[in-house]
Write a protein that binds this ligand. Structure first.
Ligand code: URA
Length: 441
């Protein structure tokens, strides 16, 4: 086989065979195919797309390009979740202990945030001592003993995706639905997941700005699940990311909101979001014949939040990973920046827009996010967004509280927030939490 034949086929919009895709991915991973040929293929895929079976083949070739975690000795149908990323998205911190408290083992690898989307690992590192660097053996042992582990990537998972993603980043080929779908799914499959709940965000603060694009991405990822047969089961939920999720945006402050939610409190919309994602994870775990639909009800999940079982599970994970459980027992011990600035409503009005992306940028300006990979973040700064789109507010009512240090770049943050929020004299419809759920046929 020759790389040029494969590139030419895709350039001419002809479908690639399974063996062509496997060959290209294998030789690119080994370093036998140079970046310029891989770039040409990526651009041809970007321009001409991929069929459903090509997308499945690419997913499996990427998943098989390195180590694959085998969770079969922990559970015969491991479930995982993935969010396409957003502002204030601390869902994993609640959903994973919640389903683990229901008896579903969870072994998840997460990432760090880049730009205005926060990463789960950064939020967890607000806990003094919490260790996200586990070896594959430690990762599996904790999943076995605690039923819950949340760590950074362990082992050499989907290395072809890592190489190709870096190349896509510099060749303007990131925004291709088959490339995004295969990239996300390959990492989940290599991580040992058989049931996967995808939280595909749409709106101003999301990767997929339009509902149509989010739906297309969700559909192709669910199709990958269908093509994977009984070894793979995928549900995609399309959720709103026009405004931030919940109230807290930052790291320690998001962790605090997650802990409030695990205690049965937290913003009602965020709690509802978590229950729905957890329910779909339970349903997939059930399709592996471990939990029945009756056991996976929203009521049962709500009970785990209200009776402290989900919080206890989270605490067990913190202890197992070397974190200080005192902050779980008393979240006021989390270090939150001491200076508070309040942005208030200028007039009696309705909240018309809280642009998630711009709120994320405002938080990043304070130091809560990373404009580039190597920048250190400040876990203690962040924002509390007190209102939702559609809410009626009175003059002087707090819209956002900024948690900063005396020397933080607060003026820049205030300017960004003022541009992010619109008030209107006319009534405004609230935004939905969810737009659609797409499941295998
Ligand atoms: N996230 C991924 O993991 N891959 C992509 O291609 C895009 C987002």
């Amino acid at each position: 086989m020759q790389a040029t034949t494969i590139i030419a086929a895709k350039r001419d919009n002809k479908p690639l065979s399974t063996s062509q895709i496997n060959w290209f991915v294998q030789h690119y991973t080994q370093g036998d195919i140079p970046d310029y040929q891989a770039s040409a293929l990526l651009m041809a895929i970007y321009l001409n797309g991929m069929t459903r079976s090509e997308t499945f083949d690419l997913t499996m070739a990427l998943a098989n390009s390195g180590d694959r975690i085998d969770l079969n000795d922990i559970t015969d149908f491991a479930v995982d979740k993935h969010s396409s990323g957003g502002v204030g998205d601390k869902t994993s911190l609640v959903v994973l202990p919640l389903v683990a408290a229901m008896g579903v083992p969870v072994a998840k690898m997460s990432g760090r945030g880049l730009g205005f989307t926060g990463g789960t690992l950064d939020k967890l590192e607000s806990i003094p001592g919490f260790n996200i660097n586990l070896t594959p053996t430690q990762f599996k042992a904790q999943a076995q003993q605690t039923g819950l582990v949340l760590a950074g990537q362990t082992g050499d998972l989907a290395p072809a995706d890592g190489k190709l993603y870096a190349l896509r980043d510099v060749t303007a080929t990131v925004e291709s639905i088959p490339l995004i779908a295969s990239s996300i799914m390959s990492k989940k499959i290599a991580g040992g997941a058989k049931g996967i709940v995808l939280d595909v965000k749409t709106g101003a603060g999301a990767f997929m700005k339009t509902l149509d694009d989010a739906r297309q991405l969700a559909q192709i990822m669910v199709a990958i699940g269908e093509d994977g047969g009984t070894e793979l089961d995928v549900t995609a939920v399309i959720s709103d990311m026009n405004q931030p999720l919940g109230q807290a945006v930052g790291n320690a402050i998001e962790l605090r909101e997650a802990l409030d939610t695990l205690r049965g409190g937290g913003p009602p919309a965020f709690r509802e979001h978590c229950i729905l994602i957890a329910r779909h994870m339970m349903m997939l775990a059930g399709r592996g014949q471990q939990w029945t639909e009756e056991e996976a009800t929203s009521d049962a999940l709500e009970a785990q939040l209200d009776n402290g079982a989900a919080l206890t599970k989270f605490r067990e994970m913190v202890v197992a990973q070397g974190g200080d459980p005192a902050v779980v027992d008393d979240p006021t011990q989390l270090e939150i920046a001491p200076v508070q600035h309040v942005l208030a409503a200028a007039a009696d009005s309705y909240v018309a827009r809280i642009a998630a992306d711009e709120v994320g940028v405002a938080a990043m300006r304070l130091g809560a996010g990373r404009p580039t990979k190597d920048v250190a973040i400040d876990h203690s700064v962040g924002l509390t967004v007190h209102v939702n789109v559609g809410e009626k507010v009175t003059q002087g009512q707090p819209l956002v509280t900024i948690h900063a240090h005396a020397d933080s770049r607060v003026t820049e943050c205030i300017n960004a927030l003022e541009a992010a929020i619109d008030l209107s004299q006319d009534a405004v419809k609230p935004l939905p939490l969810f737009y659609d759920v797409i499941q295998e046929a």
